[in-house]
Design a protein around this ligand. Sequence first.
Ligand SMILES: *Cc1c(COP(=O)(O)O)cnc(C)c1O
Length: 458
Amino acid sequence: MAKIPHRLYLTEEQMPKQWYNLRADMKELPDPMLNPKTFKPATEEELYPVFCEKLAHQELDDTTRYVDIPEEIQEFYKMYRPSPLIRAYNLEKALDTPARIYYKYEGNNTSGSHKLNSAIAQAYYAKEQGLKGLTTETGAGQWGTALAEACSYYHLPLTVYMVKCSYEQKPFRKSIIQTFDAQIVPSPSMTTEVGRRILAENPDTTGSLGCAISEAVEKAVTTDGYKYVLGSVLNQVLLHQSVIGLESKTALEILDEYPDIVVGCAGGGSNLGGLIAPFMQDKLLGKADPKIIAVEPASCPSLTRGRYAYDFCDTGKVTPLARMYTLGCEFIPSANHAGGLRYHGMSPILSKLYHDGYMEAVSYEQSKVFEAAVLFAKQETILPAPESAHAIRGAIDEAIKCKESGEAKTILFGLTGTGYFDMNAYSAYLEGTMTDYVPTDEELEAAFAKLPKIPGIQ
Ligand SMILES: *Cc1c(COP(=O)(O)O)cnc(C)c1O
């Protein structure tokens, strides 16, 4: 048999023409999103003040299995897709493992991550609806960059609320977002009511994703012709990101491979949900039984230590309520956590699948994650984003288990992006000043105590 190539790129004909909606094949659906005022399931119309109409439809559509990718989005995808499926020959050798390790590399675009896959879709639907502009939040900065790229392509004004501690840690994110004509505001800020309230209560706060979301939502609903868009967590985002998994599955089929294990990092769950989508479909339909592993930081462990409960998607408590694994919307991970994946909750789709036993989750402290990042960079010549390095850590540990058991399993993991804007974190690791922080049970209990009370439900 011919040696498997290092990198496999699909042809344009082989690229997906439709996204795949995992909900259509779930035995039990995630619990519905609730209107926080009535505690009734939110309707499509109730989402219109915040979301674009087509995206509100995708958000609540549990039945359409395949959704056509609009031609214009397919054309945009061709500028940076297909992303390569790479065989990690050197990493395998370094680990001395019989496992075959593949990774899907999403860092080949300026945002440095998979985020552009959904950003372009969301900007497209906003333009189609004739909106005047968009707002969003960004944590580490990849989503803000991706959306700035997408909005600039459609000449749509954009305001990005960036979590203050990352705004300060990563000054060049600002320059790059401004290169694409977007406005960037460190959050919490004095530009919104919720920002002013949070600052009055806690003037030294370093911000959180949940808080930046509240500000972006407020700005959108109070500005004529503006809507809010979100880069993860939501069902619509998982739908768009299914392109990652669909491409991976086709590429593996060409190589006559099927993964025994699929590993991804989990922040809000969008890359993982996208990567696993067609493999989870096989699992749901009883066609295959791959082991699926979510990897999260020990400092923000929503799946491994969170509660499966209804919660707000933001700290300011202005969004609908979603049932998900959550640390409580007021949970703010330690500021010394540099590895990304700082969101308090998890995609309701992934939360449900995890709750029902279709996938597993593990957590790692950041020093273990950076150890894997550096090993991987040296073997594979890609400097991974700290977020992505969680998946690398998970994949390496599975490959080491294969070495111990002598099993030649096929492992697929998602390499979501590059770490060029994370050099402060790399320096801290290399200089030995990086510390690990794991929240105590008491801290988590204090956050759980503030979960919303919902009559008859929780
Ligand atoms: C945003 C991001 C993540 C985490 O977000 P998910 O929605 O969980 O995928 C992971 N890796 C990179 C590089 C990111 O930019």
